[in-house]
Design a protein. Structure first.
Length: 293
């Protein structure tokens, strides 16, 4: 029986999704099952997801959306999420003295590689799949291959896949080729939805939360113009005016908030509005393999 372990470089993986398919929602449980079969495996041994998380002083909107996504992943049997605090840093212009502050991830890549190699040495899997196109992982792949295991690389197309990583990998998986097998985001609305305001409002609220999770996972936000005119959902009208009227009703009811990010209008689900049922999976069964310390 061939056991497959998955290793996600969270920020790289979600940036890849956002650049390649900004209107698609990835179902990671279905993605895991599809990838295991794609690389010739029989079962999922374990899945590890590594990502930086914002500090308490950073914007709560994107941090909340990211945490919702991570908790969603932790509900999937066999998935383990590893959070690493983002480190604040700043660059000061030598000419004008302007200070540009930002955050960066620390320990994410090194932790992923350490687990990739240590679990291979423990014979915890037969094949691994790394979801990243970062060249920094190439030496880790070489080490695992010397231990007699195989490592594949999975990305959405090849635009952000480094040549050195591609050469080091046992094989590559282009996730864009079979996107419908593990994602959602229909380009057209279900007929008749716009005629029922309450049904439209419910779908708009659900899709706004999906958009928050999608963009918040990369530290982004849901722009008002983008959501009203370009976001594609499961059962919402394509008419921007229908969406705008619905958003106004939801804002009046206190269910949606408008705010600004660097002068740009943005939207988010207000307060602690519960997740729709399809975004809050039931508690998982015990995972088959614990994370190796």
């Amino acid at each position: 029986m061939s056991r497959v372990a998955l290793f996600f470089d969270g920020k790289n993986h979600m940036n890849d999704v956002r650049r390649s398919h900004p209107d698609r929602w990835i179902d990671h449980a279905r993605l895991a099952s599809w990838v295991v079969e794609r690389v010739g495996g029989d079962r999922l041994a374990v899945s590890h997801y590594y990502t930086g998380v914002p500090s308490s002083s950073e914007d709560g909107g994107s941090g909340r959306a990211l945490e919702d996504l991570l908790r969603d992943l932790e509900r999937i049997p066999g998935f383990f999420v590893h959070r690493f605090p983002r480190m604040s840093t700043a660059n000061v212009c030598s000419k004008c003295g302007h200070e540009d502050s930002f955050t960066r991830e620390k320990m994410v890549d090194t932790s992923l590689v350490a687990d990739l190699i240590s679990l291979a040495a423990q014979n915890a899997y037969d094949t691994a799949v790394v979801f990243s196109g970062d060249a920094d992982f190439a030496p880790g792949l070489d080490a695992v291959h010397r231990l007699g295991k195989k490592v594949w690389i999975a990305t959405f197309g090849g635009a952000h896949l480094s040549r050195s990583l591609q050469k080091a990998a046992w094989g590559t998986v282009d996730l864009s080729r079979e996107l419908d097998a593990f994602s959602a985001g229909a380009p057209t609305a279900t007929p008749g939805v716009a005629a029922d305001p309450s049904a439209l409002d419910a779908e708009i609220l659900r899709e706004l939360r999906r958009a928050e999770l999608h963009f918040g996972a990369m530290g982004g936000f849901v722009g008002s113009h983008y959501f009203l005119n370009r976001w594609r959902g499961h059962a919402i009208s394509d008419d921007a005016n229908d969406r705008r009227v619905s958003i106004e009703r939801l804002m009046s009811a206190g269910l949606v908030e408008g705010y600004e990010v660097e002068g740009r209008a943005a939207l988010r689900v207000a307060g602690q509005v519960p997740l729709p049922e399809d975004l809050a999976p039931p508690d998982p069964e015990p995972a088959p393999l614990a994370h190796a310390k």
